[in-house]
Design a binder for this molecule. Structure first.
Ligand SMILES: NC(=O)c1ccc[n+]([C@@H]2O[C@H](COP(=O)([O-])OP(=O)(O)OC[C@H]3O[C@@H](n4cnc5c(N)ncnc54)[C@H](OP(=O)(O)O)[C@@H]3O)[C@@H](O)[C@H]2O)c1
Length: 254
């Protein structure tokens, strides 16, 4: 499956998991393009990894995604791999009448609508590739819901089901569909979280990328590093038990 002369686009590749995946693909000779909203974050990443190609682009803005596809086609002739990685996690108490509805809908936009949008605009390029792959980054929380981040959990479960549903459809166009379901990884997203349970100790992002790579080159379609493997198993064997373990505290700290 490895073809070093390929172009890969990673949304939200300027930090965390996306940046570690970018580093891994660069190591293996891919041309790596990363996007994000903050230009300074992308420039910081490029300072560390000079071979990166950076584009400021917001996955929730239709015009951004459309013009990104156009620009990449012009500059690189298209992509072979799309990684839908950009994501956010909000801690929300759904019983609070003062909740910001816009903020909740924006989380759905980034985590769930955007992967659908990105596939839509990059589909023609993927169809042209001889070795096309779509990689969606969901979460171990797609197996077991996390009450403190209810909208997040919903978006990741939706992304998980969407990924499974489109896999046989895209296979007919020679586009392989892979899902990466990370455990708790030591990034800004997880640092903002209230994960006090020792068993949820965050994994360094470079280690997560290493584990991903091992399964990716074996051709695995559902990649579950670390604790995510246990979450998958437990969600089938003892769903109530694992739900209770993960949700000892259901309301997030203020
Ligand atoms: N860390 C974990 O424990 C964990 C566990 C399971 C799954 N995940 C998933 O892994 C993915 C990466 O998260 P991370 O942990 O690496 O967090 P992170 O370090 O906060 O990275 C998220 C990236 O997404 C970008 N992003 C956010 N909104 C965007 C938008 N509207 N358009 C374009 N880019 C956007 C951010 O850059 P800008 O702010 O500059 O746009 C940032 O670079 C997410 O999908 C997350 O849900 C993380």
């Amino acid at each position: 499956m490895i073809n070093s002369k390929q172009n890969i686009l990673i949304t939200g590749g300027g930090s965390g998991i996306g940046l570690s995946l970018a580093r891994k693909f660069l190591e293996h000779g891919y041309t790596v393009i990363i996007t994000g909203r903050s230009l300074s974050k992308l420039e910081e990443a490029k300072k560390e990894l000079n071979q990166l190609h950076i584009f400021q682009s917001d996955v929730t803005v239709d015009e951004d995604a459309k013009s990104l596809a156009k620009q990449i086609h012009k500059d690189f002739g298209g992509i072979d791999i799309l990684i839908n990685n950009a994501g956010i996690m909000n801690f929300i108490d759904s019983g609070d009448e003062g909740n910001d509805l816009k903020k909740q809908f924006n989380e759905i936009e980034i985590n769930y609508h955007a992967p659908i949008r990105m596939l839509h605009y990059f589909l023609p390029q993927l169809k042209k590739s001889k070795n096309a792959i779509l990689i969606n980054v969901s979460s171990g929380l797609a197996y077991v819901t996390f009450s403190q981040a209810p909208v997040y959990s919903g978006t990741k479960a939706a992304l998980h089901f969407w990924t499974q549903a489109i896999r046989p459809q895209l296979k007919q166009h020679n586009i392989k569909v892979v899902e990466l379901l990370p455990p708790v990884v030591d990034t800004k997203l997880a640092q903002d979280a209230n994960m006090e349970d020792e068993s949820l100790k965050p994994m360094p992002p470079d280690k997560m990328a290493e584990l991903f790579w091992k399964d990716f080159i074996k051709g695995k379609e559902e990649i579950t590093p670390g604790l995510s493997k246990q979450l998958k198993l437990m969600s089938r064997l003892a769903p109530k038990f694992i739900f209770n373990q993960l949700n000892k505290q259901s309301i997030p700290n203020k």
